[in-house]
Design a protein around this ligand. Structure first.
Ligand code: SF4
Length: 866
């Protein structure tokens, strides 16, 4: 038995930056976490999510045993049932009657095993992934332009660029360590930054130029820029002639008149944009979900790639179109064929490629062609065509667009299997079989980050109870379906070696993805494997593009306004992430620190629009689209364009009775990639004026409240639950736990103030009011679990000696609020983020709040008097 080293080098399980992490188990379920100074993706940095990973590795909420229905089952029984039901379904209805829905959270080994089982042994390509929702359009654009899904850049290019364009990317929040790298480059070499985003995000506020374009007008902008470069003689004739293929009529096809009007930006800003691009040939265009999550996402990505190909800004230091992924292993999934639109090892579905895959796997069959993409898969399930589905490491009942339809589909599906480390997600409620998976810290395998760098994710804690690896679960089902030899993997290293071998099988240089030099590595070498980049730092610096003639393609793309009209809904809705939360909060929601940054799901709306719609800043609004509606807290902000709104994606049935963004987008999707349009959705907002508002601070979380709006967020000692509804607020008292109670109730005015004390310590406090007047939460949250607090102060909701209001928390590492920072800036005349850090520590740990602090410095006067 090998001894477990004290500190383990692993990789962060959240975003596609793929930061290296040093994890040191401290006994039980504890660990200390630090950035790995030797990992090339982050050089020791971690953002707030990575920094607070140790708060998320406990066993709370874990699924620890296989479950059939609501009964605990043994692994053999559960796996036998999965295999027999899949086999029976296939026998009766054919291979296309079953499906697998995977996730960018899975390790490459997990993905590889699942893809092999579905495409090679069951004989259907009905395996798709939540990465379809994240970056499928970038994949499709790469294949169209380069012939293969190859990201042509590395993070090093960000260090060497003179101009960085961020398109549809709130990098400071969603990829914070890449953002810190960009800021370092700007400080070191004066790199110019242009942000193209309808919202003025923290990222946009830091830019030299922010183009707040109208949603989905990116194609017009980039076509306009390319034509302007042509007019200014800025094209690279040599690169165009020798390394690209440009069809007749291409230039006519991208003709775009009046770009400024289409994009709704000032002509002077557009001219500045053109000048910056002209003056800075070393350009990286980093793009993310604002490009991909669109009904024209593939064309948008190709418009960006066209620009780089035509100006020769690719394959050179500091240059290239750079798609950055949302999930930690979206790229690994792409490599092994985790998408229904790819086969394996970057092969397509031609007869020759299918034959090659079948011979490599020595499989009894092979899928006849592409399978159902995510939306189509759940649509087929709703129509009864998919009769058995296995969902792994994802929560589609929350994260898919048109979540209501997805729930209908899951309810209709005769056999649903869910593998997850969490016991109760919205999706698990539809499962007949639940299989306990390993969580981060227990998993062992590989992940690939946005720059094609493969890193080991290593375990540093033992698996709890009966939780087992995802690849093992797939292999065991494969064996039970009669494929014993093909799935006889003793360990993750064996799966990785087979994947590595497949990338080189009859490749002969036709595909850039080739890691077959790892196919014979020993288990010890696999354990020790250092991060490495397939394709090298700049794959197209010298080698041909992986097309039949070795040339890249410029793709004609034309701007077409989105056709869904207003449908009586004059606003447009955009969706996205918060800085400190991840996906559906099943893990980051466990962290009290991370929960401080945004405690409720906010709908952000321009103040003029708030007034026009009769809303109230801090009040509640019902946001509706043609597909659904949900209630959000209103945040008035001039960072929004006037006819647009923004809502976060994170809240689920587990955490909220409102804020359900998944209900709002429809199934409209990009015709090439099948990626749904999560942004630019017709919408409207109207005031929701509840009969009462309330909040509860409590050590123990009650059952989900039955009212129009509620959100539950973790605090250091318990929970903060915000509530609003109609009817009699006295019903809320049922939410209080048992204990010694003190209360003040004015039934006529609908005022309730009730506190519960257990063993002399404050256990819960409930405040409700019909007039909306409620005390601040901070002091009560801090008193939770404490003794010796006078009841009169608890019922007043404030201490006898007032404490300063810190304002909303900006720096979660040190619990520092906005008002504290603004006061420090004003009182001490601080003029830099570093000076603020020295004075009050804010921003000196993970650095995720540094953009917010930087943006507060010039605004402190306005905020101090606001
Ligand atoms: Fe993890 Fe943050 Fe690094 Fe992303 S930027 S990989 S979330 S530490």
């Amino acid at each position: 038995m090998t001894s477990v080293p004290a500190t383990v080098k692993t990789a962060c399980p959240y975003c596609g930056v793929g930061c290296g992490v040093l994890a040191t188990a401290t006994g039980g379920r504890g660990a200390t976490i630090a950035g790995d100074p030797n990992h090339p993706a982050n050089n020791g940095r971690l953002c707030s999510k990575g920094t607070h990973l140790e708060e998320t590795i406990g066993l709370e909420g874990r699924l620890l045993h296989p479950m059939i229905g609501s009964e605990r089952a043994g692994w053999h029984e559960a796996l036998d049932l999965v295999a027999s039901r899949f086999a029976a379904t296939i026998a009766e209805h054919g291979p296309d009657s079953v499906a697998f829905y995977a996730s960018g959270q899975m390790l490459t080994e997990d993905y590889y095993a699942a893809n092999k089982l579905m495409k090679g042994f069951i004989g259907t390509a009905n395996i798709d992934t939540n990465s379809r929702l994240c970056m499928a359009s970038a994949v499709a654009a790469h294949v169209r332009a380069f012939g293969e899904d190859v990201v042509p850049c590395s993070y090093e290019d960000l260090d060497q660029a003179d101009l960085i364009l961020l398109v549809g990317s709130n990098t400071a929040w969603c990829h914070p360590v890449v953002w810190q790298r960009i800021e370092a480059a700007r400080a070191a070499r004066g790199t110019k930054l242009v942000v193209i985003d309808p919202r003025r995000t923290e990222t946009a506020e830091r830019a030299d130029l922010h183009l707040a374009i109208a949603p989905d007008t990116d194609i017009a902008l980039f076509n306009g820029l390319l034509l302007e470069m042509k007019a200014r003689w800025q094209l690279d004739g040599g690169h165009l002639a020798t390394r690209t293929s440009v069809n007749d009529g291409f230039w006519e096809s991208i003709a775009t008149s009046d770009v400024a009007a289409i994009c709704d930006v000032a002509p002077a800003d557009l001219a500045t944009f053109y000048d910056l691009f002209t003056d800075h040939p070393r350009t990286v265009t980093l793009f993310s979900q604002g490009v991909n999550q669109s009904t024209s996402g593939t064309d948008k990505a190709n418009a960006i790639i066209n620009l780089h190909l035509a100006t020769g800004r690719i394959g050179k230091p500091g240059s290239g179109p750079f798609s950055i992924t949302g999930q930690p292993n979206a790229m690994g999934g792409r490599e092994v064929g985790g998408l229904a639109s790819m086969l394996a090892a970057h092969m397509g579905f031609s007869d020759a490629e299918r034959d090659r895959a079948q011979r490599f796997w020595q499989s009894p069959t092979i899928c006849p062609g592409p399978g159902l993409k995510a939306v189509d898969m759940f649509d087929a399930m709703a129509k009864g065509k998919i009769k058995a589905v296995w969902i792994m490491a994802t929560n589609p009942a929350v994260s898919m667009p048109d979540a209501r339809m997805v729930r209908v589909a899951l309810a209709n599906c005769p056999f649903v299997v869910v593998s997850d480390c969490i016991a109760d997600t919205d999706t698990q409620r539809y499962a007949q079989v639940r299989l306990p998976a390993l969580a981060w810290g227990e998993k062992d395998g590989t992940v690939t980050n946005s720059e094609r760098r493969i890193s080991r994710q290593r375990s540093f804690m033992t698996a709890p109870d009966e939780a087992r690896a995802d690849w093992w679960q797939v292999a065991e089902v494969g064996k039970r379906m009669g494929f014993s030899e093909a799935f006889a993997y003793p360990d993750a290293a064996s799966v990785f070696r087979e994947f590595a071998a497949q990338t080189g099988f009859e490749n002969a240089g036709t595909r850039v993805l080739d890691i077959s030099d790892r196919a014979t590595m020993s288990n010890a070498d696999y354990d020790d494997m250092a991060p490495f980049q397939w394709g090298g730092a700049s794959p197209f610096a010298t080698r041909d593009y992986p097309t039949a003639d070795g040339k890249a393609r410029l793709i004609p793309v034309t701007y077409v306004p989105r056709a869904d009209g207003s449908r009586g809904m004059p606003m447009r809705l955009n969706t996205g992430r918060y800085r400190d939360q991840w996906h559906t909060m099943t893990r980051t929601g466990l962290s009290p620190k991370l929960s401080q940054h945004r405690r409720e799901p906010l709908v952000e709306i321009h103040p003029d629009t708030v007034r026009r719609l009769g809303l109230t800043d801090g009040g509640l609004a019902r946001v509706a689209t043609p597909h659904g509606a949900s209630i959000f807290r209103v945040a008035a902000t001039a960072d929004q364009r006037r006819r647009e709104m923004f809502v976060p994606i994170h809240w689920s049935d587990q955490t909220s009775g409102g804020g359900r963004t998944g209900l709002l987008p429809g199934n409209d999707r990009d015709p090439v990639s099948g990626q749904p349009g999560f942004k630019n959705i017709p919408a409207t907002a109207s005031a929701y004026k509840p009969g009462w508002t309330a909040f509860l601070v409590t050590r123990t979380r009650p059952a989900a409240p039955d009212c129009a709006y509620w959100t539950a967020i973790r605090t250091a000692n318990g929970w903060l639950i915000e509530l609003a509804g109609d009817g009699d607020p006295a019903d809320l008292v049922a939410l209080l736990p048992q204990g010694e109670r003190a209360e003040m109730i004015d039934a006529r005015r609908g005022v309730i103030r009730s506190a519960v004390v257990v063993d002399g310590h404050l256990h819960a406090a409930l405040f409700a009011s019909r007039s909306g007047g409620l005390p601040p939460r901070e002091w009560l949250v801090a008193r939770l679990g404490q003794g010796n607090t006078p009841m009169i102060e608890v019922l007043a909701g404030r201490p006898a000696t007032p404490v300063a209001d810190r304002g909303p928390i900006v720096c979660v590492c040190f619990d520092i609020g906005l008002k504290t920072i603004v006061s420090a800036i004003a009182d001490q005349s601080l003029i830099s983020v570093e000076a603020v850090g020295k004075a009050i520590n804010a921003g000196t740990n993970c650095g995720s709040c540094r953009p917010a602090i930087a943006n507060l410095i010039p605004r402190q006067k306005e905020l101090a008097h606001g």
